[in-house]
Structures are given as C-alpha cells and as structure tokens.
Design a protein around this ligand. Structure first.
Ligand code: AP5
Ligand code: MG
Length: 222
C-alpha cells in the first residue's frame, strides 16, 4: 500500500503524513526532510540541493528519485509507505512507477487556499535538531522557541520567506495538473479539504484509507 500526499506548500502533508504513519504503522518518507537533513550535514547531496531549495525550485528528478528508491528498499517499507512531497512532476511519477510497481496506491491532494497557506507558513517553526513541526498560532510548543520532543531550538525554514513561498506555489501549480490527471486516470485520486483542525482533516483521509484498504491495513492503534 502506497499513500501519496500531494498538496501545495503548507497544505499539511507533513502533519497529516505523521498522523497516518502513527495510526497505520507505515513509514513516512518526506523528500523535503531528507534534503534538509543533507543540507544540515553538508553532504554532497545537501550541497547540490541547497541553492534549488532556497530558491523554491525543484531539485533534480534523478537525485530525488534515487533517494526514494534507496529508502523504500528498507524492510520497514515492505508492507507499504507514505510519500510526502514525492512525486512532484510527471517525470517523477514515471520514475516512481519504474522503481516500485508492486504497491496498491491511494493519492490525496490536500487542498488549501493560497491566503491560508501564506499564514500557515509564516507562522510555522521547525526544530533545528529533530525537524518536528510547530505553528506559533495553531500548534505552539509548550515553551516558546523550544521543541517539546527534544529540547532543540525552533527556527523558521529558509524557504518559508514570502517571496520563496510564492515561487514554491508557482512551481506546484505548474506541475500538479499532469500528476492529478495521471492518478485520476488510474482511479486512485482523492481531493481532501485541508482546512479545519488537524483531527478533522485526518478523519477525512482516514475514512478513505479504511474504506479502500480495510482488509489490508495494519490494524489501526487506538
Ligand atoms: P517540502 O519540504 O516537501 O515542502 P513543501 O511541499 O513546500 O511543503 P511544506 O513542507 O512546506 O508543507 P506541508 O504540506 O508539509 O505542511 P505542514 O504539515 O508542515 O519541500 C521543500 C523543498 O525541497 C522543495 O521546494 C524542493 O526544493 C525540494 N524538494 C522536496 N521534494 C522534492 C521532490 N520530490 N523533487 C524535487 N525537489 C523536492 O504544515 C504547514 C504549517 O501549517 C505547520 O506550521 C502546521 O503546524 C500548520 N498546519 C498544518 N495543518 C494545519 C491545519 N489543519 N490547520 C492549521 N494549521 C495547520
Ligand atoms: Mg512538509
């Protein structure tokens, strides 16, 4: 089972991806998180990706696809996995289908209007140490500026500056139609209203997951 989360920047892919991962015991694979980690560690991959990411552009398809291919070979992906932020253009869709054609798929586009996105991203903070995501308005940490999970300091993402967010939105709009058309043709596409509380959005996703995979999913944990 492969859950693919599409949606503009700030739509809640990471937030919902974590909730799906916990409830259904599936690993969440976020290409954005992997790339940010590589930049932090100054690996060759990080150095290659840094300029594109800070400008809000896509990193090279083959580089990103090879990261995903490596990750899904691991044992924890055998029963399935959640993709957050991949694929991002039709070429990546094809690369994904070439690397693993064994998984039954479900694809969600989390839909949120642009003005909400700008508000969410300017108030988002992430932990500089473990990457946990907060929002100073909707989901603040217990102590301002400090991660609840690891005590690390909270920072703003480099690409959450307004001008970069606008470029990320432009890139999303330019690429998404072809991806959606492809998944609609396969009959696996669902658009989800991404507004409401975290839990409300999750319930919309969860009900579709349970409906489609009721005989196959790991028993959800209460
Ligand atoms: P990536 O890290 O994937 O960023 P993105 O797609 O722009 O999405 P975000 O992470 O900004 O938002 P999200 O949808 O995860 O929202 P979140 O849950 O955090 O990619 C970054 C860059 O990496 C790309 O621009 C590109 O350069 C590169 N890259 C990555 N993948 C690539 C690929 N496949 N190919 C090429 N390049 C790639 O939520 C946002 C905020 O809103 C949070 O503060 C959260 O708390 C809050 N929030 C969430 N849900 C709600 C709600 N229901 N109500 C109120 N607030 C909410
Ligand atoms: Mg994210």
């Amino acid at each position: 089972m492969r859950v693919i989360l599409l949606g503009p920047p700030g739509s809640g892919k990471g937030t919902q991806g974590e909730m799906i991962a916990k409830k259904f015991h599936l690993p969440r694979i976020s290409t954005g998180d992997i790339l940010r980690e590589a930049i932090k560690k100054e690996t060759p991959l990080g150095l290659a990706a840094k300029a594109e990411m800070s400008a809000g552009h896509l990193v090279n398809d083959e580089i990103v696809a090879s990261l995903v291919a490596e990750r899904i070979k691991k044992a924890d992906c055998k029963q399935g996995y959640i993709l957050d932020g991949f694929p991002r253009n039709i070429n990546q869709v094809r690369l994904l289908e070439k690397m693993d054609n064994s998984q039954e798929e479900i694809v969600f586009e989390i839909s949120v209007p642009e003005e909400v996105i700008l508000d969410r991203l300017t108030s988002r903070r992430i932990c500089s140490s473990c990457g946990a995501v907060y929002n100073i308005i909707t989901s603040p940490p217990q102590r301002p500026g400090i991660c609840d999970l690891c005590g690390g300091s909270l920072i703003q993402r480099d690409d959450d500056r307004a001008e970069v967010v606008r470029e990320r939105l432009r890139v999303y709009e330019a690429e998404i139609k072809e991806i959606i058309d492809h998944y609609k043709e396969k009959g696996v596409f669902y658009r989800i209203n991404g507004q409401g509380t975290f839990e409300e959005v999750f319930q919309r996703i969860e009900s579709l997951l349970v409906l489609k995979f009721k005989t196959k999913i790991n028993q959800p944990k209460e």
